[in-house]
Design a protein around this ligand. Structure first.
Ligand SMILES: NC(=O)c1ccc[n+]([C@@H]2O[C@H](COP(=O)([O-])OP(=O)(O)OC[C@H]3O[C@@H](n4cnc5c(N)ncnc54)[C@H](O)[C@@H]3O)[C@@H](O)[C@H]2O)c1
Length: 350
């Protein structure tokens, strides 16, 4: 029997993974305790999505447990042991601003939770493929030292710079920069996942996401930028742009395109490999550009204001270079660009 285990299964990437892999596996197990509601309040709860999954996918089984609960997590591994062929670990405290409020919670969920899953995989399903959703915040604010030029609606790296064509690759240092506590807890998890691949020879892959997005995001002020922006555009809720003249650039990858990367990796896994995973040059926007697109799609002016102070350690310009992944898996490419993503989010809000 083939079993896939997905943590954070009611979240954006977790639920997309359940949808994708329910057709490919006999059983899909999901772990999610709706901790997103504890982090960000009830508008960010993912319970609606959990209910959706349970009604849509007959081979989906939900466990309402905390990934920090070793006994409960190990019980699942003991029950399904080597039938578990794939683990997609997405459960996390995902916001850099929130992390400083409760450093213990952030670290134990992101770092210890990941260690629990890795160790039980090693003990009970050592041949399984283990996929981890890391983040570009592991590079801290290192991207902000790039030579950036101010354009009309965005910051842009100098044209003669190595990163101009395709974006930032995995060789950027993750050391000696300002990460935020969230970035630090994700670095710990990221390195652990690499180490289980290199040291224990396990099939582990680290996907360092840019902005991950899609219609299933329970967007809220502190997390899920495009989903939240569109929500504000539709409802007229005031939105605040923090710093950098609103010209900070993000690449945005649709949850389907990321999960499709996981599928390619699952079919030809590697040991402790690291990939930047984002929309790259194909799908990106600045804050100002995103606001304009939301206004065009909704046909309404957005109610936003500008605050001079940027978020601590926030990137001014981030575009992921996915060349390494594309070289390893030439058949993969993006399906949805920024316009498609925003239109889908807009549609999902009606
Ligand atoms: N969304 C982004 O822009 C982005 C960018 C880079 C990296 N990432 C990473 O990708 C992953 C998935 O992101 P997402 O946007 O799908 O997040 P999400 O918040 O939508 O989903 C995560 C899910 O995990 C659950 N969860 C949290 N803590 C848990 C715990 N202790 N036990 C069990 N369940 C728990 C939450 O309830 C939530 O449903 C995260 O690891 C995040 O750090 C996200």
């Amino acid at each position: 029997m083939n079993v896939a285990l997905i943590t954070g299964s009611a979240g954006l990437i977790g639920s997309e993974s359940v949808q994708f892999f329910s057709e490919k596996f006999d059983i899909v197990l999901g772990i999610d305790n709706d901790m997103r509601k504890n982090f960000f309040g009830s508008e960010a709860s993912t319970e609606w999505n959990r209910k959706n999954l349970e009604s849509l996918y007959k081979n989906y089984k939900h466990f309402n447990i905390d990934i920090r609960n070793q006994e409960a997590v190990e019980k699942i591994f003991k029950e399904y042991n080597t039938d578990i062929k794939l683990i997609i670990h997405t459960a996390a405290q995902p916001s850099h601003d929130w992390a400083a409020k409760e450093p213990f919670t952030d670290f134990t969920v992101n770092a210890n939770g990941t260690l629990n899953l890795l160790e039980y995989t090693r003990l009970h399903a050592p041949k399984a493929v283990f996929i981890f959703t890391s983040t570009n915040k592991v590079y801290g604010d290192q991207p902000n030292v790039l030579p950036l030029e101010e354009k009309e609606t965005r910051w842009e790296v100098a044209e003669n710079h190595f990163y101009f064509k395709n974006g930032i690759d995995e060789k950027m240092s993750i050391d000696q920069t300002l990460h935020s506590l969230f970035g630090a807890s994700k670095v710990a998890a990221d390195i652990l996942v690499q180490e289980y691949g290199k040291y224990f020879n396990m099939n582990t892959g680290v996907f360092r996401g840019g902005c991950l997005t899609g219609p299933n995001h329970s967007g809220t002020m502190l997390h899920g930028f495009l989903a939240y922006l569109m929500k504000c555009a539709v409802t007229g809720t005031p939105y605040t742009v923090f710093g950098y003249k609103g010209k900070q650039v993000r690449d945005n990858i649709h949850s389907f395109d990321l999960v499709n990367m996981f599928w390619h990796f699952y079919n030809a896994p590697k040991k402790g490999e690291v990939y930047n995973a984002g929309g790259g040059r194909f799908s990106n926007c600045s804050m100002l550009e995103a606001i304009k697109m939301c206004e065009e799609i909704t046909g309404k002016k957005m109610n936003y204001k500008y605050a001079d102070q940027n978020r601590v350690g926030d990137h001014m310009w981030w575009i992921s270079d996915v060349t390494k992944f594309k070289t390893h898996f030439p058949e993969w490419t993006w399906k949805y660009n920024i316009q498609d993503i925003l239109s889908q989010i807009h549609k999902s809000l009606h």
